[in-house]
Design a protein around this ligand. Structure first.
Ligand code: SF4
Length: 354
């Protein structure tokens, strides 16, 4: 490459797919799967890794070793991530929550503790939170997360039934009782708050959801933030629905939630205020839809049919490039037409060579 950037390093393979390390000189903005995302609020998404050891039958991002749509996986350089975070956090007027919410499992990031420590030290940060399904947790991991300064864990726990869990998560070793015990340890022995977020799979875990919520309330989740919410299952274009779960409408979902709130005697819906969340300034969107940009392909793309590129002019951004009819090559420069730019996540269709 002659862009003054180091190229992504192929550091291994994960379930036959290339695993790339995106180095320090790569931009940390513009890509849905890795880096930092600014959605115009004071909650800034931080995505250091795409890896996940689980194989959830309902995964909205088709993660894990049995993924059929993914083409490559990535780790982001810590400094590049922090620089991108600083760029976003610096434009906010309110204090910021750094939310580590990956398209995989955040705890697979080798520098997760350093990342949390550095985010926590940032002068614009009021809290650091991490989303997890809990498989990589242990007492030692929890203690290190606490030492690093983590404020909250958002834990997706969808059932206590071990057999059902195996079917749902596709991971033989996953034991929901173990995860529950560790979550309880976290609430009682550390200052990390717990927010429990089961996913309702209609017809599959209706009673389990109730059990999980009652448990979360009983152990003292929600020391500072709301204790529980229920996630709605949606069928995603690039996700999985191996068990053929029925997607209910939002009105059915809210009716079901209201009934459940009455039954368990606790709230399950919260407004932005209660989360300390506000709309806020955002970093500029650099490219409009329909605009032509020059970009170089630097690695295989996240999903099949995609490439990962870096824009060539002005402030660099990562960009997902699609070439529909013929092949494209890593290291080559192309002209792409922007087809997506929502929240500064860029997708371009290759229309010619640069
Ligand atoms: S739902 Fe989460 S934990 Fe399960 S496979 Fe997808 S990313 Fe991994």
């Amino acid at each position: 490459m002659n862009t003054g950037m180091d190229k992504p390093l192929l550091i291994g393979r994960f379930a036959e797919k290339p695993l790339y390390y995106l180095p320090r000189s790569m931009p940390g903005l513009g890509f849905i799967a890795a880096g930092v995302i600014d959605r115009g609020t004071n909650v800034v998404q931080v995505r250091p890794t795409t890896l996940c050891p689980m194989n959830c039958a309902f995964c909205s991002v088709d993660a894990g070793p049995l993924s059929s749509r993914r083409h490559a996986e990535y780790f982001m350089d810590l400094e590049a991530l922090l620089e991108a975070f600083n760029q976003v956090a610096s434009v906010k007027t309110a204090m910021v929550e750094a939310l580590i919410d990956t398209v995989g499992e955040g705890l697979t990031y080798p520098y997760i503790y350093s990342l949390i420590k550095s985010l926590k030290k940032h002068p614009r940060v009021k809290s650091v939170a991490l989303e997890t399904h809990g498989a990589p947790l242990s007492k030692q991991v929890i203690n290190k997360l606490w030492e690093a300064g983590l404020d909250r864990v958002n834990l997706s726990l969808d059932t206590f039934n071990r057999e059902k869990a195996k079917m749902l998560y596709g991971l033989e070793s996953y034991d929901p009782a173990r995860v529950a015990e560790l979550a309880e340890y976290m609430v009682k022995e550390t200052s990390i708050d717990l927010h429990v977020t089961p996913l309702w799979l209609p017809g599959l875990n209706d009673q389990d959801i109730e059990d999980v919520l009652n448990w979360a309330l009983k152990i003292g989740a929600g020391k500072k933030w709301p204790p529980t919410t229920v996630q709605k299952f949606n069928v995603h274009r690039h996700g999985r629905n191996r068990l053929g779960v029925k997607q209910v409408s939002w009105s059915e979902f809210y009716k079901w939630l209201e009934k459940l709130e009455r039954k368990i005697g606790a709230r399950l819906r919260w407004d932005m205020n209660e989360w300390g969340m506000t709309y806020d300034r955002r970093i500029p969107i650099l490219y409009r839809r329909g605009e032509l940009v020059g970009a170089m392909i630097v690695a295989e793309g996240w999903l099949k049919g995609e490439f990962l590129g870096v824009t060539l002019h002005g402030e660099p951004r990562l960009i997902t490039l699609i070439r529909e009819k013929s092949v494209a090559a890593i290291g080559r420069k192309y002209i792409a037409k922007i087809v997506e730019n929502k929240d500064g996540i860029y997708v371009g269709k290759i229309v010619g060579e640069a």
